[in-house]
Design a protein around this ligand. Structure first.
Ligand code: F0G
Length: 462
């Protein structure tokens, strides 16, 4: 087992604390049953360590909280908007910035304005809400990520989030470039395990797209984590700052959607960026219908201020290095006990390979959902299913998507937990792995038509 001394301690100290609840075994068993064995339906108060998501769960800094007091809550033209706008322009380099209530607000606007019925959107693996908006507007999503991204134990390639350029070219040849309004390039790739995309691949993808008149729209949600991997793993970038790398990544593309709830170090918010003036004008017309004025897009002035400050903090090397190393620390603890996981470890989470963890529970018995429920029941640690339940059904045939990756995500919120919390998580999961035979599968009791993982209910199979 690796010792802690290999890892730098937290680059922050604690100024304010939040007491955690520690539910008993009986309370946990009752809570998960009441939640229909869906960790999304647990009450936060029933969880000890909450690794459901890194979305909106960030701890803000003293400076961000101070910024909250500077909120200019004017209906239009808030000074915090101009601060956010200039920060995003400085860090990302895009011309136009439109705030939205969160990432999916930006996805809605981009998809509605650019997709026609019968179009195709290629991307490096799907994300749930992103694909939902693409399909809702009549597009077919095509996964063009490298094959290795679907193989949990392939740890010999550092940039498993890369686009497979041959798959991209094949789609262009098959459907024609005029049916592809943009390629969605996610940095990092959440569902592949938080896997990064190399600068080289970003460049080549943008070249191929632009040669064919196709735009490149980034999903910038975890772009700072991606930049850290480029700095530490890709030759020629080791002496650049995180800030320089982020800007270079985006310099090759045409715009982005952003969930501010992740790498902006805030609890809510998002934005849409683009260089194209016509798209910007149309997006301003749409944001007023669904989000709010183009100068707030569903966000309070104070939240825009916290986001502007958070973005600057996120590109600090000590911060991002600790952030990504926390994932590695947890991964190495589990690895030393041979717990099966997606490798290499990504930027925001450890993904347990549920098929290998519970080989006796087949995918139709919802392997990862079963494991997530069992982890909670065992230790009070809340995690998230990212397998067949999250993948949903094919919009045309109604059949279940059957993803190769059947995973449980242990997502680490930013600046929230210490290494000691991660020790507890690792110990509980290792114990559960040793007693895995007692875990049986689950079956559906209620399935919603869209994004079913949020509200689905399940029952234990005897
Ligand atoms: N894109 C990616 C890669 C995401 O991970 C998310 C959200 C979104 C877009 C949507 O952003 O939530 O602000 O509307 N991911 C969260 C998660 C929900 O838990 O992974 P949003």
């Amino acid at each position: 087992m690796k010792t802690k001394s290999k890892f730098m301690p937290e680059p922050f100290k604690i100024k304010s604390v939040e007491t955690m609840s520690i539910p008993t075994a009986a309370q946990r068993a009752e809570a998960i049953k009441k939640a229909g064995y869906n960790t999304f339906l647990l009450r936060s108060e029933d969880c000890y360590i909450d690794l459901l998501t890194d979305s909106g769960t960030n701890a803000m800094s003293d400076r961000q909280w101070a910024g909250m007091m500077l909120g200019d809550e004017a209906y239009a033209g808030s000074r915090n908007f101009y601060h956010l706008e200039s920060t995003v322009q400085e860090l990302f380099g895009f011309k136009y910035v439109i705030p939205t209530h969160q990432g999916r607000g930006a996805e809605n606007i981009l998809s509605t304005l650019t997709i026609k019925d019968g179009d195709y959107i290629p991307g490096n693996m799907y994300f749930t809400t992103t694909r939902f908006h693409q399909e809702r507007n009549g597009a077919t999503f095509r996964d063009i990520v490298v094959d290795e991204a679907h193989q949990p134990d392939r740890d010999d390639i550092p940039f498993k989030g890369n686009i497979d350029l041959k798959k991209f070219q094949a789609l262009i040849d098959e459907v024609g470039a005029d049916k592809i309004p943009y390629v969605c390039l996610a940095v990092t790739v959440n569902l592949a395990g938080g896997q990064p995309v190399s600068m080289q691949n970003i460049k080549e993808t943008c070249e191929l797209a632009h040669k064919n008149g196709i735009k490149v729209m980034f999903d910038a949600t975890r772009c700072v984590e991606n930049a850290y991997f480029i700095k530490t793993l890709e030759k020629g970038h080791e002496n650049k700052t995180i800030k320089e790398i982020v800007k270079e990544m985006f310099s090759y593309g045409d715009g982005c959607t952003m969930s501010g709830k992740k790498d902006c170090l805030t609890n809510i918010g998002g934005f849409l960026c683009m260089n194209d003036e016509e798209l910007y004008t149309n997006a301003c017309g749409m944001v007023v219908q669904f989000e709010g004025m183009p100068s707030y897009g569903g966000m309070a002035g104070r939240d825009m201020e916290a986001m502007a400050i958070g973005l600057q903090e996120s590109v600090n090397f000590d911060y991002i290095s600790h952030r990504v190393n926390q994932i590695k620390y947890l991964g190495e603890l589990l690895e030393s006990e041979n717990v099966p996981m997606v490798k290499p470890f990504g930027g925001h989470a450890i993904f347990l390979d549920a098929r290998a963890f519970l080989p006796h529970v087949p995918q139709e018995n919802l392997t990862a959902q079963t494991l997530a429920a069992a982890i909670y029941e065992d230790s009070g640690v809340r995690t998230m299913e990212r397998g067949i339940v999250s993948a949903g059904r094919d919009v045309v045939t109604g059949e279940n998507h059957k993803p190769k990756l059947e995973t449980v995500r242990l997502t680490i919120p930013r600046r929230v937990y210490t290494y000691a919390h991660l020790d507890y998580v690792a110990e509980s999961i290792v114990n559960l792995y040793k007693n895995k035979e007692s875990i049986k599968g689950l079956k559906w009791v209620y399935e919603a038509k869209v994004l079913r993982f949020f509200t689905g209910r399940f029952e234990k199979i005897n």
